[in-house]
Design a protein around this ligand. Sequence first.
Ligand code: SF4
Length: 336
Amino acid sequence: MATSLFVRAWKRFARYRHPRRPQTAPSRIRIEASSFCQLRCPSCPTTAGAIHPVISSGFLRFADFRALIDRNPSITAVELSNYGEALLNPELIEMLRYAQRKSVAVNLHNGVNLNHCRDELLEAFVKYQVQMITCSIDGASQETYRVYRVRGDFEKVIGNIKRINHFKETYHSEVPRLSWQFVVFGHNEHEIPVARAMAAELGMTFHTKISWDAKFSPIRDKEFVRAQTGEQAVTRKEYEEIHGRMYLRDGCLQLWNDPQINWNGKNLGCCRNFWGDFGGNAFTDGLAACFDHEKMRYARSMLRGQKPPRRDIPCSTCDKYDAMQNRSDWIVRDDV
Ligand code: SF4
């Protein structure tokens, strides 16, 4: 009893000495340009409609994008891709043009499928200096690619990459840097070497990714995949066992560094969350208010292991948080 009284008194004293500074708006944000996608990848929550209750269907409007940039001069970089296909947004070119005018770097780093885009948009990537584009291409032939990227057209994707390269030559531009992301499955593992060689020919960097759904087309030849990827783990579960930490754990750092905003302004906190919100709307309440929302602050404390889970915080029902809890693998100051 005496100890807890002392602790409470000490906390009050500490708050008096070091009042909590309100967070300012972040310099990097993630905002979904489109939650629609034209493909039907079997394990994707967008295909299953699981994102719909919270994310719903829509495009980021140029007017909202412009207002957000204008009201938050601290923003220096924006990521536009997440659960949908950002390139379907009919106002994307206007956003790219405006971002360049305001010296805001645009990235499509999370990933685009690059199946459908007008030539004008491919040119705009170069003309307005998009910094980085990750293309999700899980195969080196149409036959293999379409098993997961259902409705996708491999030849069209490669053709669009060649057009971007054409515009890069025309404009003598180094950007956008192009990256080929290959999610490894049992049905496409044999094509990793060919895909890597194609990526090099197209001037792209190449990286493999472990699927989040180990049940869909599981790895067949583990030794071959290990040799090709340089990674001992072939599933995310294995990764956790071998490395003692979650695969893609850094995604949680978005709560500190580059929060995810939905196309309609809802504060989603991180790019993985599609089942709840972290409070506030960046368009109506302001970005700084979202970033400093009580739910964001509470979630950060949870992820540091300083507060217990709370039902209204999306992390409470996230498998990443479960894994963190199980291993006491909390976010520490150096991570952030
Ligand atoms: S625990 Fe889950 S919901 Fe919370 S920040 Fe990490 S990935 Fe997002």
